[in-house]
Design a binder for this molecule. Structure first.
Ligand code: CP3
Length: 345
């Protein structure tokens, strides 16, 4: 039994106004984040510094009163902990030494995983101890397909040609990478829950670049293995899946992965989401992050339409992707007020 609105919605309750949090709610759009980030040195130093990572996790909660905090970390700490060199280049994003063959995969090792990630678990403990009673703590990881895409491409990508070619030409070798990520991710998420995470989100940010057969094999199947692996270890917390860009494949993802709830990207039509997804499980989403950045009447109208459109079942208000760097913090405050004041019929 819980009184935290975010967990009640994940438990299938329809609440008078939706609980909310925002993907990337901690980040560069907040001046107080930029100050801590400068103090930490590099982005990775911030992720592995429990005192500072806990502080930036709490910053948006203090300012805006979200119903959930999300652990401040990154999806790429898992490949880093598996031994793949990683750095973040200012203005360019993450860079990794690309893993492009079965031989490269065989050099990755999970024996130091928990040792490297111990500071992340300590961050979870600190945040949990500091959060107000009604605010829940979300742990997270990248889904194997999305993490593998950064590992194989060596960073972000436009066409995902390297990771797709690896998967299509050598499914056994690529499968070994996915297997390694499934196992590591189950251990990583179980440890976050043990440290105090009350819900989990799996970010499959690049699920939408795969055709159906590859989507089933490399997004749905590994996600289901993670969900089952966690349940087998006795982890009972709700799990939110976010297969960004999956389009009509959202429905297969919702029915086949065994996740508790589903995160909608901006392109998912509300009526379709009600019929095909919310009838089965709680939904989360899906305001366009650019509407939040732009502000004004468009933001207000769209936020109201989402609240109204998804008011017939369990809904957690969120964006359809992360908060953008040039978002005015005042817009987030206005959105928070609007959501809390909402009273759909
Ligand atoms: O507030 C939160 O949501 C928690 C923290 C969080 C970050 N990254 C912090 C971060 C979470 C949940 C993530 C997830 C993440 N990281 C994803 C999945 C979600 C998505 O956005 O699709 C992905 C693909 C990554 C990989 C990643 N990390 C990229 C592509 C980048 C560079 C992009 C950018 O904005 O520069 C990062 C860096 C990163 N992760 C930053 C933050 C706050 C910016 C780093 C900085 O402060 O310089």
């Amino acid at each position: 039994m819980t009184s935290k609105p975010f967990l009640r919605a994940l438990n299938g309750e329809r609440l008078p106004s939706p609980p909310f949090w925002l993907m990337r709610q901690a980040g560069r759009y907040l001046p107080e984040y930029r100050a801590v980030r400068a103090e930490a040195g590099s982005f990775l130093d911030l992720c592995y510094n429990p005192a500072l990572a806990a502080e930036v996790t709490l910053q948006p909660i203090r300012r805006f009163g979200m119903d959930a905090a999300i652990l401040f970390s990154d999806i790429l700490v898992v490949p880093h902990a598996l031994g793949q060199p990683l750095r973040y280049v200012e203005g360019e994003g993450p860079k990794l030494d690309a893993v492009t063959s079965a031989g490269d995969v065989s050099r990755l090792k999970d024996d130091r995983l928990h040792e490297v990630l111990a500071p992340v678990y300590e961050t979870v403990r600190r945040v949990r101890a500091a959060l107000p009673d009604e605010v829940a703590l979300i742990g997270f990881a990248g889904a194997p397909w999305t993490v593998a895409s950064y590992m194989v491409e060596g960073g972000g990508s436009r066409d995902f040609a390297a990771v797709k070619r690896f998967a299509y030409q050598d499914p056994v070798g690529f499968g070994a990478l996915i297997d390694l990520l499934v196992t590591a991710t189950v251990g990583y998420l179980a440890a976050q829950v043990e440290a105090g995470a009350e819900a989990l989100q799996l970010f499959d940010s690049w699920a939408g670049v795969l055709p159906e057969s590859a989507f089933a094999r490399w997004s749905i199947a590994p996600t289901r293995r993670i969900v089952r692996g966690l349940r087998q270890r006795g982890v009972t917390v709700p799990i939110i899946g976010f297969p960004k860009g999956a389009g009509a494949l959202y429905e297969r993802y919702a029915t086949e992965t065994e996740v508790t709830a589903i995160g909608l990207d901006t392109s998912v039509p509300l009526g379709w989401a009600v019929d095909r997804l919310q009838s089965r499980m709680p939904v989360q989403g899906n305001l366009d992050p650019v509407m939040l950045m732009a502000g004004g009447e468009a933001l207000e109208a769209e936020a109201k339409a989402i609240i109204e459109g998804l008011s017939g079942g369990p809904h957690i208000f969120n964006l359809g992707h992360g908060v953008l760097q040039h978002t005015p913090p005042e817009h987030v405050g206005l959105l928070a007020d609007l959501i809390r004041g909402a009273n759909p019929a």
